[in-house]
Design a protein around this ligand. Structure first.
Ligand SMILES: [Zn+2]
Length: 101
């Protein structure tokens, strides 16, 4: 599923200038990542938030299984998925060019 979240790790550390929320839309699994769970994640809903005068809009969701998705973990999951998709594409391309030869 696609979710819009805040990536605090991509922001300037606290105390360095104005707060500029970094909001990213990423693709994550539809299912809960907790081992031995794998239940469907909850439906994302929009949430407008204000941090130090800076407004931003993200999505939050409640998993019916009760496991809580932390944004930091979601960012990691999205990066892993994106990397896997990229690797797969590269592998497909390599195979295709071999066929072309
Ligand atoms: Zn779960």
């Amino acid at each position: 599923m696609k979710v819009t979240i805040r990536d605090r790790a991509a922001e300037a550390p606290w105390g360095y200038g104005y707060v500029q929320p970094v909001v990213v839309t990423v693709e994550i699994a539809d299912d809960c990542p907790v081992p031995d769970c794998g239940a469907k994640r909850g439906e994302p809903r929009h949430l407008r938030q204000c941090d130090d005068g800076a407004w931003y809009s993200v999505q939050v969701w409640d998993n019916p299984c009760g496991h809580v998705d932390m944004y930091e973990a979601v960012v990691r999951e999205a990066k892993t998925l994106a990397q896997a998709a990229y690797d797969k594409k590269q592998a497909t391309r390599a195979t295709e060019s071999e066929v072309a030869l």
